[in-house]
Design a protein. Sequence first.
Length: 328
Amino acid sequence: QTLGSLHLRNNHLYGELPHSLQNCTTLSVVDLSENGFSGSVPIWIGRSPSELYVLSLRSNKFEGDIPNEVCYLKSLQILDLAHNKLSGMIPRCFHNLSALANFSESFSPTRGYGAILTENAILVTKGIEMEYAKILGFVKGMDLSCNFMYGEIPEELTGLLALQSLNLSNNRFTGRIPSKIGNMAQLESLDFSMNQLDGEIPPSMTNLTFLSHLNLAYNNLTGRIPESTQLQSLDQSSFVGNELCGAPLNKNCSTNGVIPPPTVEQDGGGGYRLLEDGWFYVSLGVGFFTGFWIVLGSLLVNMPWSVLLSQLLNRIMLKMYHVIVEYV
C-alpha cells in the first residue's frame, strides 16, 4: 500500500489490469507502456491513487472510452494513452485536471524513505521520445494519438493553460480547431495531424509564442495561415494535405484566403479601349453594308448591268471589311 511508483515498461505483460492495484493509494508514477494489456481503462484509476502524477499506458491494447474518472486526477501532469484502440470522445471534464491547468502546481520527482529516489518518465514530444528525470516535475504533456477517437475537440481542453505538449494525431476528430487554442500559451508542441478537422486555422494560434513544433497536416483545413513570426517560421510539412494558402506555403492568397485568378494586363485601360473601338467599327461596317444593299437593291434588280455592278460592289465591301478587321 506504500508503493510510490510502478515501472513495467517494455515487457510482454498482457491481460486486464489487476484490481489489486487500486489498493496502492500512494502511487505517483504508473508506467505500463509497451506491453500487451487489454480491456478498458479502469474506472478506479481515477479514484484510488489520488496523488498520481504520471500515467502512461502507451502502446497497449486498451479499448473503449476514456472514463470521466480520469478527470479526478488533480495532480496528473503527464497522460499518455497513445497507440491503443481507444474510441469515443475526449472527456469535456479534462479542464478539471488542475495540475495541467495551473502553472503553480507541480510535483517533485525526488521521493524516497531514507535514501533519495529520482523518478523518471518517457514522453514523446515534438516527434521525439525523450526521457525526463530531474526536470520531470516541470513537464506537462498529454498524448492521445493513434487511437480511434472521434467527435469535436472540446473547447474545454483549451483550459489546460499549463500544458506544454498536446498530441491528438491519427484519430478521427472532426469539426474545427477550438477558437481559444491561443489561450494555451505554454504549448511548445502541438500535433493535430491525420484527422478530419475542417474550417480555418484560428487567428488565436498566433498567441502561441513558445510553439516550436506544429503539425496540422492531412486534415480538411482551408483558408489563410494566420500571420505571425512563429507560424511562418515553421516548415511547409506542418500544413500539407489541406486547402491552405499563405506563408510558409508557396500558394498565394487573396484577401479572402483563396487563390486569386490570373490577372489580365489592361495596359492602362488602353487594351479594353481598343477592344471597344474595334467592335464599334465592325458594327459600323456591317451597318453600312446592310443599308447600302437595301437602298440599291431595288435599282439593281431590273438593270441589265446588275450582275457586273453587283460583283464590283461586293469586292468593294469585302475590301472594306478586311480593312476594318485588320484595324481591330
